[in-house]
Write a protein that binds this ligand. Sequence first.
Ligand SMILES: Cc1cc2nc3c(=O)[nH]c(=O)nc-3n(C[C@H](O)[C@H](O)[C@H](O)COP(=O)(O)OP(=O)(O)OC[C@H]3O[C@@H](n4cnc5c(N)ncnc54)[C@H](O)[C@@H]3O)c2cc1C
Length: 371
Amino acid sequence: MAVKKAAYEFTQTELLPGVIERDINQEFPKQQVKKMGELGFLGMMVDPKYGGGGMDTVSYVLAIEEISKVDASASVIMSVNNSLVCSGLEKYGTDEQKEKYLTRLAPGKIIGAFCLSEPEAGSDATSQRTIAEDKGDYYLLNGTKNWITNGNSASVYLVIAQTDPKKKHLGINALIVEREMAGLEVGKKEDKLGIRGSDTHSLMFTDVKVPKENRIGEDGFGFKFAMDTLNGGRIGIASQALGIASGAYERALAYSKERKAFGVEISKHQAIQFKLADMATEIEAARLLCLRAATEKDHKKDFAKTSAMAKLFASQVAMDVTIEAVQIHGGYGYVKEYHVERLMRDAKITQIYEGTSEIQKIVISRELIKL
Ligand SMILES: Cc1cc2nc3c(=O)[nH]c(=O)nc-3n(C[C@H](O)[C@H](O)[C@H](O)COP(=O)(O)OP(=O)(O)OC[C@H]3O[C@@H](n4cnc5c(N)ncnc54)[C@H](O)[C@@H]3O)c2cc1C
């Protein structure tokens, strides 16, 4: 609970002021991200010997929920650095890679990005067109990645690329690419519906020489690395969806007790009460799924099915609840100063990234059939 309190205080002092303006101006929360690093929110689950917080996944869920209530742009920056970059490196990186990169990523001295999606490879992540040609002691990297969160702010990119197309997904590698490496170009910033404070960019790689020691795992391990890392990432995005929903619900509840219509607070109208009841019930169910996935991960159980269920369910809850929160606010819900319209726009992405809802159903049903 101390972590929840710390996250709450951080949102009130650092994130809430200016969140509307950052959304309007698509402004990356640079100072706030720096502070998140100082407070230990960017490498929460990493071993303290690498500069991390040494916490469990349950604490991570609590922190992400709290931060997403106020600023979902900040929480996706946090989720990517924690679950996709730090966790992947800590689990599969060499000692040298951890020493060189994780010790700076975990305390947030630098941030990282995870680069899987391409113009022609989204849900079907096996059809990688980015090529990492084996040149002996280095890979020659050529191709384009799309939609990369932290695209322009990251110092380190984990890039998934095809080395041997004949081997299909078994010929894919994961490489650590540094921002400074010659041949890496950051493309334009995407102008998005929601999470507008996060910077989403395409990346172009032209003859980038990546030393062999920057490969994560054995030759051909890249696809397994990406899928395994995304299983953990989904807990972060599910918790982000949960936070967006609870942030909107809390605002709607408070508003319903203040706003009067027909001589009484609107919370006295049963139609509003039933909306609040549905919202609170859905949120509680989403929270339990997030915590269950986190607990399974902490107990080293197979959490692939539960994390997909948590993301599928919580992201739908985020959509349902934010739409109702706008409705409860009436016309005021449709303007920026009441925050709920932003939360409604932010909610949508949770059904798309780190595997769309349709892909979550594929993951879940695959696991069910396997049982
Ligand atoms: C803001 C933002 C941030 C992102 N951040 C990152 C990032 O940091 N790193 C990264 O690598 N990627 C990132 N992504 C990419 C994201 O993960 C992909 O957009 C997502 O996986 C979907 O891929 P796609 O857009 O190519 O859609 P497509 O794969 O083309 O899918 C289009 C539609 O078809 C459906 N569909 C596809 N295949 C099937 C199927 N077999 N069965 C049923 N339905 C199917 C999908 O569910 C979807 O509804 C980000 C995207 C956005 C918008």
